[in-house]
Design a protein around this ligand. Structure first.
Ligand code: HEC
Length: 191
């Protein structure tokens, strides 16, 4: 047999070569074998690999935790807790700053109303002008009527402050006030 005959066989006129496999192919092949070993040890022999179900459970726990902390972080507000928060030193002054920066363009420099309603008269569209009502409408806004939700933009203290500022101006008579909008709350100005 000549040297040439060892490199290929011929059967029924079909030539079968015996060339070496390309190096890149062999390398990939061996890597997959090594990977299979590592995979098996990691996932099947108690190496700490997590199954999809375990991963899901962990993720769900995280979500539940986040939800729980979000609820506990939500302010437990009452009329009394707001009254105390509004009465702190410097709150009304901070509220005045916030008002000028964020609210005056729509509610007027003296709170008499422009695009938005008068905030110092006894007429309220949303709620009855309680501290809770005012904080709620500032936080949530009235998107379809053009009152932006300030909850995502302002800190809790800033919202409290601006509400405290509005209440501190209760009953004032701004020049060029817009006039009544909403329901009259008869005891609002005297409360
Ligand atoms: C882009 C204009 C705009 C800005 C800025 C704006 N508001 Fe308003 N606001 C409105 C409009 C319009 C309404 C009336 C919503 C309705 O008709 O339901 C409103 C309603 C309100 C009400 C309820 C009034 C009522 O009679 O029930 C309060 C309180 C209020 N705004 C406070 C604020 C405060 C505080 C700020 C600043 C942090 C602010 N607004 C900034 C447009 C604005």
């Amino acid at each position: 047999m000549s040297d040439k005959q060892e490199k290929y066989h011929e059967y029924d006129g079909i030539i079968e070569h015996d060339n070496p496999l390309p190096t890149w192919w062999l390398a990939t092949f061996f890597i997959t074998i090594i990977f299979a070993f590592i995979y098996y040890i990691h996932y099947e022999m108690g190496g700490g690999g997590k199954t999809l179900t375990e991963e899901l459970n962990v993720a769900m726990q995280e979500i539940d935790k986040t939800k729980a902390s979000a609820t506990s972080a939500a302010p437990m507000e009452t009329e009394e807790s707001l009254q105390a928060a509004f009465a702190k030193d410097g709150v009304v002054a901070l509220g005045a700053e916030q008002y000028t920066a964020k609210c005056a363009s729509c509610h007027g420099p003296e709170l008499g109303g422009l695009i938005g309603p008068d905030l110092v008269d006894k007429y309220w569209i949303h709620g009855k002008g309680t501290r809770m009502d005012i904080v709620k409408v500032i936080r949530e806004g009235v998107a379809e009527k053009g009152m932006p939700p300030w909850g995502p933009v302002m800190k809790k203290e800033e919202i409290y402050a601006v509400a405290a500022f509005i209440l501190s101006k209760k009953g004032t008579q701004p020049a060029g006030a817009k006039g009544p909008q909403g329901e009259p709350i008869e005891d609002y100005l005297t409360k």
